[in-house]
Design a protein around this ligand. Structure first.
Ligand code: GLU
Length: 497
């Protein structure tokens, strides 16, 4: 048997360090067994998936030095490798399950299902699909289909007993079938859900080992049942521990930058980031801290992954990055790295149009643009004290601006400006006062060139990371406070109508 592993990211946002971590472990496992590693794009959620996000995922994995044998950009025998290009495949499998009696039509409207959940909650039960579609007679189903009533296809599941998942790292995991919902496989618009598409594609692509994050453990019973219904051999399952913030909570961008592009922009070396990801729950047999991808592949043993949540600590990563800079690059190589990273003619040509009008000497240039080449800025409350708005309003404004900019699909100057101008209008704040805290968060001072230009040059990941960092200067925003802010924020659009 040839080992075949895969990652299957959904292109719905910034390229996440968690995706790179899972990719790295899958790739090492495949390489160590002389097998293949595949990259598949799971973009069945057409409202959230974007080509920009897909490109960013591919670019950032390549930047790290991870390569794949088959994928949307390199092709392969089992393509296409983008689920949106495989839409013709899935319905026949849902139909097959209906024919075999393993799946059924459900015609319930979303109002009826809401009502069902409300009633269950009122009775103190956990809301769950009650199997109403199964109670329809064959004649009723045929009549509804003939009348063109909208439907979804759901899978049947046992009502009693336990599902035993044999996990490569965790041994047997038991989940009671009564806890598992009769999953929708085909949506009303004929699109497959993640579960159906994922299982069908893993099978058709010959995946032998599914190595993914532990957040997918609860999906495993449904997947194993689907393999059984189809009569296919299930892949070996392995659920890796989730990356965590230093306070042990699940790694989140509110507390730590999570986009690989942030680390690229902030001047981390790809080999150091990859090395650090390799230390997430795994270590070299001799426990050495610094190792290359080739070292890791040569020594990889997945059974040595420890299940205690690995901490992704930016300070530790910076320390390791420093080792790489000091010990592995000679001066010439460091000069080349700096030039590849930011100090090159192309970059200068992008930045100079904004700096030139503010320069009297060439020596003014470096201080003017230093913020563009930094990671996090050394900001404190004092930096915001000069601004006209009270501190709490500045903090609220920064959070609202962040939400607006997180929703932006296209990161261009005019789009950024229009989004912020609209928000300032909705908050009834003069644009100049509104932009002052954003200036500080992005450039460290209001005496810089246009903050829109700065954000365009910094790109979305670094700009958003700076806003998040600024918001946390006043202390981490608690859940309760966040809820309150969200409510006010949602009210904004409505009052403007
Ligand atoms: N599309 C899923 C994700 O976004 C894939 C999960 C899996 O590996 O099965 O991570």
């Amino acid at each position: 048997m040839t080992v075949r592993t895969r990652i299957a990211p959904s292109p719905t946002g910034d390229p996440h360090v968690g995706t790179a971590y899972i990719a790295l472990f899958n790739q090492c496992f495949a390489r160590q067994h002389g097998g293949q590693f595949i990259l598949r794009i799971e973009d069945t959620d057409q409202t959230r998936s974007t080509p920009e996000s897909e490109q960013a995922i591919l670019d950032s994995l390549r930047w790290l030095g991870i390569d794949w044998d088959e994928g949307p950009d390199v092709g392969g025998e089992h393509g296409p490798y983008r689920q949106s290009e495989r839409m013709g495949i899935y319905k026949q499998y849902a139909d097959e399950l209906i024919e075999k009696g393993h799946a059924f039509y459900c015609f319930a409207t979303s109002e009826e299902l809401d009502e069902m959940r409300r009633e269950q909650q009122a009775r103190g039960e956990t809301p769950k699909y009650d199997g109403r579609g199964l109670k329809l007679s064959e004649a009723e189903v045929q009549a509804k289909l003939a009348a063109g009533e909208p439907y979804v296809v759901r899978m049947k599941l046992p009502e009693e007993g336990v599902c035993v998942i044999d996990d490569m790292l965790r041994g047997n995991i038991e989940i009671e079938w009564s806890q598992v919902d009769m999953q929708v496989l085909l949506k009303a618009d004929g699109m497959p859900t993640y579960h159906l598409a994922n299982v069908v594609d893993d099978h058709l692509m010959g995946i032998t080992h599914v190595i993914r994050g532990e957040e997918w453990i609860n999906s495993a019973p449904k997947h194993l049942k689907l393999y059984e219904y189809f009569g296919w051999e299930a892949p070996v399952l392995c659920h890796l521990p989730l990356l965590r913030n230093p306070d042990k909570s699940k790694l989140s961008k509110r507390k730590n930058p999570t986009s690989i592009l942030y680390y690229q922009r902030a001047g981390y070396l790809p080999e150091a980031v990859l090395n650090y990801l390799g230390r997430m729950g795994w270590s070299m047999p001799d426990e050495r801290e610094k190792f290359t991808l080739a070292d890791m592949q040569a020594n990889f043993d997945i059974t040595r992954v420890s299940l205690g949540g690995p901490i992704f600590d930016v300070e530790k990563l910076s320390w390791l990055n420093g080792l790489w800079i000091r010990e592995d690059l000679n001066t010439e190589q460091l000069a080349d790295r700096l030039s590849e990273w930011a100090l090159n003619r192309d970059n200068l040509l992008k930045v100079l149009p904004h700096a030139q009008s503010r320069m009297e000497t060439l020596g003014d240039f470096m201080p003017l643009v230093a913020f563009l080449a930094s990671g996090q800025l050394p900001l404190t409350e004092a930096h915001f004290a000069e601004n006209r708005l009270p501190m709490d309003e500045q903090k609220q404004l920064l959070q609202f601006a962040l939400w607006r900019l997180e929703a932006l699909r296209v990161w261009e100057r005019d789009e950024i400006f229009n989004a912020l101008k609209e928000l300032a209008g909705q908050m009834d704040i003069k644009l100049k006062d509104f932009l002052a805290p954003i200036f500080i968060a992005i450039a460290g001072t209001t005496a810089s060139f246009s903050v829109m230009d700065s954000m365009t040059l910094l790109g979305p990941d670094m700009s958003r990371a700076r806003l998040r960092q600024a918001i946390n200067i006043w202390g981490e925003v608690g859940k309760k406070q966040l809820k309150k802010l969200e409510k006010t924020y949602q009210g904004l659009g409505q009052s403007a109508d």
